[in-house]
Design a protein around this ligand. Structure first.
Ligand code: UD1
Ligand code: CA
Length: 480
């Protein structure tokens, strides 16, 4: 149920300089979703009446992502005045004038902060009737963070930014995580009074704390249990650290739900992936996007599946597949490359060194070895010989190949599309199928073989081949 007294402000206007990226920082993905999508999901799970996102740098890109992942969120444009204080001031101004509930402030670059932690913070804030409740963290290395300054009684007196802190204050290990709960009324009253006379020339949100303290309001700071949850992503090293942590959580979730994952560290699973019970994942497997895997499948090692659908009991080894459907008890790999539009029906096989694209391979049909099958439809129970190529491209247009059911094609065939091979057809080894083959026919078009006797002795005298041929002739009595 919507909490009518709650608003969430997501700060995402910063430049993200340390990412050294042309992409907005909060749009860098982890576990398959942009960082800001994780934050928006967490915000919406608090069920607040309002979610606002403050934007400025690469504003249109960030606003588009907000529109995609949380269309109800309000996008607030920050003006040229810099600082977290200004960002929150504008966001509070954009709330209805009569809103006097609580405001949660979070950063768009802290993707692992969870709903439970924030919900507990809101509950503590309300229980203590506080004006501000800060989520703090105790860190071994507090470099860069604002320090939480407490008085002798343990009460929070102010937050001092790293760049403004004295040596003495830099020794404090309790830091501001950058997530807070404030009373909207306190922010409305105090933010306009904050200046920017500090080391960064910015309006600091954190200065609200000292002002509240002066007015004898209650300010609390609650240390988070797991400090990695509040770690921000400022550069690509931190991006990979947080991605690995989130991945570990996702892997563990699937393990506890009944998926065997042999090597969590080398198994990368997007948040959007679903996996059925008793499925087994071998090392170096990446499951991405809208991939769904049914139960009892065996995936990997060394397999990447992007936006794939995998049926019950399918076995996929050393394979790269995108937008492919692999139905129940089908087999793929090792060393297969499945491109978009591949559909392998139940019990079928796409084997070793096989590439497929826009190919529907019917129930029980097999393409076992060394083939390219594109723009093709194969019926049921057919076997495509080793080394078969569908020549689907004439240099201008792509053409289709149709193969019927219970077909047996020879090794090293070329199907020159457009071409249709009927039900029950056989083709000889090395056939270049240029014309349609009617049902039940044998197609052959390789020239008859001629053996030119004693050619090696005559044309390659003195070679090892000639010597071997002479030895063989001596050992074998000539046929009468
Ligand atoms: C801020 C806190 C610091 C805390 C740290 C935690 C302040 C003054 N300091 O510092 O106490 O320890 O976060 O990570 O708040 N942003 C805007 N508009 C701006 C500036 C920033 O929206 O004008 C956004 C950024 O995009 C980011 C968040 O606010 O999402 C924090 O900004 P950042 O510049 O990273 O603040 P820090 O200096 O890290
Ligand atoms: Ca930061």
């Amino acid at each position: 149920m919507t909490d009518q007294r709650l608003a969430v402000i997501v700060l995402a206007a910063g430049e993200g300089t340390r990412m050294r990226s042309r992409r907005a920082k909060v749009l860098h993905p982890i576990a398959g979703l942009p960082m800001i999508a994780h934050v928006l999901t967490t915000a919406s799970h608090l069920e607040p009446a309002y979610v606002e996102v403050v934007v400025r740098h690469q504003r249109d890109d960030v606003a588009a992502a907000v529109g995609e992942y949380l269309p109800d969120a309000i996008v607030v444009d920050q003006d040229e005045l810099p600082g977290t204080g200004r960002a929150v001031e504008l966001a509070v101004e954009a709330l209805p004038a009569d809103f006097d509930g609580e405001v949660v402030v979070v950063s768009g670059d802290v993707p692992l902060l969870d709903t439970a932690t924030l919900a507990a913070l809101v509950a503590e804030h309300r229980a203590a009737a506080a004006s501000a409740t800060i989520l703090s963290a105790v860190l071994a290395d507090a470099t860069g963070y604002g320090r939480i300054v407490r008085d002798a009684a343990g009460g929070v007196t102010r937050i001092v930014e790293h760049k403004d802190a004295t040596e003495e204050l830099l020794a404090i290990t309790e830091v501001n995580s950058g997530s807070y709960v404030f009373n909207a009324a306190a922010l409305r009253e105090l933010l306009p009074r904050i200046g920017s006379a500090n080391a960064q020339g910015e309006k600091y949100l954190t200065d609200v704390v000292a002002l509240l303290r002066e007015s004898s309001a209650t300010v609390a700071a609650v240390p988070v249990a797991d400090s990695w949850r509040v770690a921000g992503v400022n550069d690509r090293a931190q991006l990979s650290e947080q991605a690995a942590r989130l991945n570990a959580l996702i892997v563990r979730g699937h393990q506890l739900a009944g998926v065997t994952i042999h090597d969590p560290a080398s198994t990368w699973i997007d948040l959007t992936v679903s996996i059925g019970q008793d499925t087994v994942l071998w090392p170096n497997t990446r499951l991405a996007g809208a991939t769904t895997i049914d139960r009892d499948a065996v995936i990997g090692p060394d397999t990447t599946l992007v936006d794939c659908e995998v049926g019950e009991g399918a076995v996929i080894k050393r394979t790269d597949a995108t937008l492919a459907v692999i139905r129940a008890y089908a087999e793929v790999g090792p060393f297969a490359y499945l491109r978009p539009g591949t559909e392998l029906d139940g019990g079928g096989k796409i084997g070793t060194f096989v590439e497929t694209k826009n190919a529907r391979i019917g129930r029980g049909s097999k393409v076992p070895h060394l083939s390219y099958i594109g723009d093709t439809e194969v019926g049921e129970g057919s076997n495509i010989g080793a080394g078969t190529i569908t020549a689907n491209y004439d240099g201008v247009q792509k053409h289709r190949t149709t193969v019927g059911s219970h077909v047996r094609t020879g090794s090293h065939n070329v199907f020159v599309a457009p071409v249709t091979i009927g039900d029950g057809v056989y083709t000889g080894a090395g056939t270049v199928v240029r014309k349609d083959v009617p049902a039940g026919a044998l197609a052959v078009n390789v020239a008859p073989q001629r053996n030119i006797e004693r050619w090696v002795a005559a044309n390659r005298p003195g070679t090892a081949a000639a010597a071997a041929a002479a030895d063989a002739a001596a050992a074998t009595p000539p046929v009468e």
